[in-house]
Design a protein around this ligand. Structure first.
Ligand code: GAL
Length: 377
């Protein structure tokens, strides 16, 4: 295949980066063609850390294509849902692995007001706007720049979204940095600036199955969420504005609980979401990265810990996967085949004055970080 012939191995000098020689010798970034889209050619980057963990990212939608990690016996498996090739990702109705923006999650009636001006977005999810609109950040080609530094190896992705794109105001410059560290962490740093006030809420939409993608469902994964409250939603999945206590409800994951233990309970919020599809209000003290969630798969011993600077996390248990998507290696993805932990500002924040503001102003720099840390116990 042409892709193989164009494979390019990039080693970044230890002198330039100030890395100990052992680290850079083992850090490897490989670039190959991933095919063509109507907007131009795209690449696939394979990043490997010193422990043999392998991350593959394409600059189409900044999509995390695969993440191979060992289990407690050292056997590796790919723990994110996705497709074998670019064609699959060109449709990608489930947003597998993508960077989501400008506004991750829903905006009610595709409408918001900033500085007295009402803006209108495409209604691509019933009456609402979802995940940035018809051609959000998950469907654009990002400029990609591989790097290696003291923390690990990764990719800097940049995208300039024009004033008016998908109905949003302001020219927005966005930078998303993926770093794979030798401590088996995937760090995602988001930055942005704008020349007009705009709503902004960036997230990463990986579907995790710690048993391995295509290997059953996540109902027996054990989940802890560092959240005493969540934002209940109406029938169209728009927050009511309430910050409701999880206490005494099936939304309580403050202590490790099987994802599937209460998922089919006759609880209005679970019926609306067809399972968990809710924003949890994280218990935070001050700034910085703080633990949001932890997931353990008792079968393989793989553990995922999520740390973030964001105020919320969307727990989505793959409720709309219905067996109509055939993903990697002909695996059919059924309901609950994976779960997403999308760190974020709350859904529909531009229409809720009581939620933390998700408006980026000119002169400000948007900064957000999330770390997905993997262990095997
Ligand atoms: C999630 C969202 C779900 C669904 C999914 C994509 O982020 O919460 O409701 O839209 O994306 O299928």
């Amino acid at each position: 295949m042409r892709a193989r012939h164009t494979a390019l191995f990039l080693f970044i000098s230890s002198l330039l980066c100030g890395m100990p020689s052992t680290a850079w010798e083992e850090s490897l970034i490989r670039k190959e063609s991933f095919g063509k889209t109507p907007d131009g050619p795209v690449d696939l980057y394979t990043i490997t850390n010193a422990k043999g963990v392998e991350l593959r990212v394409t600059n189409y939608g900044g999509i995390i294509v695969s993440l191979r990690l060992p289990d407690k016996n050292g056997s590796p498996a790919d723990i994110v849902l996705g497709y074998d090739n670019l064609d699959g990702y060109l449709k990608n109705p489930a947003y597998f692995g993508a960077i989501v923006g400008r506004y991750a999650n829903r905006i009610a009636n595709g409408k918001f007001t900033v500085d007295g001006i009402e803006y209108h977005l495409a209604k691509n999810n019933g009456p609402n706007s979802l995940h940035g609109g018809l051609k959000g950040f998950d469907k654009v080609i990002w400029r990609a720049e591989p790097f290696t530094d003291q923390q690990g190896s990764g990719l800097i992705l940049s995208f300039a979204s024009k004033d008016g794109e998908e109905g949003y105001p302001g020219n927005l410059k966005t930078k998303v940095t993926y770093t794979l560290t030798d401590q088996n962490e995937l760090k995602i740093d988001y930055e942005a600036t704008t020349d007009e006030a705009t709503p902004l809420n960036l997230t990463s939409h990986s579907y995790f199955n710690l048993s391995g993608e295509g290997n059953g469902d996540i109902l027996k994964h054990e989940l802890t969420l560092n959240a005493d409250r969540f934002t209940p939603v109406d029938q169209t999945e728009i927050p009511t504005g309430d910050l409701r206590s999880v206490n005494g409800t099936p939304m309580d994951f403050t202590k490790s609980t099987l994802v599937g233990a209460r998922i089919n309970d006759n609880y209005e919020q679970l019926l609306i979401g067809h399972g968990y599809d809710h924003n949890f209000v994280l218990n935070r003290k001050g700034d910085g990265l703080q633990l949001a969630a932890s997931v353990r798969d008792p079968r393989t011993g793989r553990v995922l810990e999520v740390y973030t600077t964001e105020p919320g996390v969307q727990l989505y248990t793959g409720n709309f996967l219905d067996g109509t998507i055939t993903g990697k290696q002909s695996h059919v993805y059924n309901k609950h085949a994976a779960l997403c932990l999308e760190t974020q500002h709350f859904p529909d924040s531009p229409n809720h004055a009581n939620f933390p503001s998700a408006i980026l102003q000119p002169g400000q720099r948007y900064r957000s970080s999330t770390v997905y840390k993997f262990l095997a116990q």
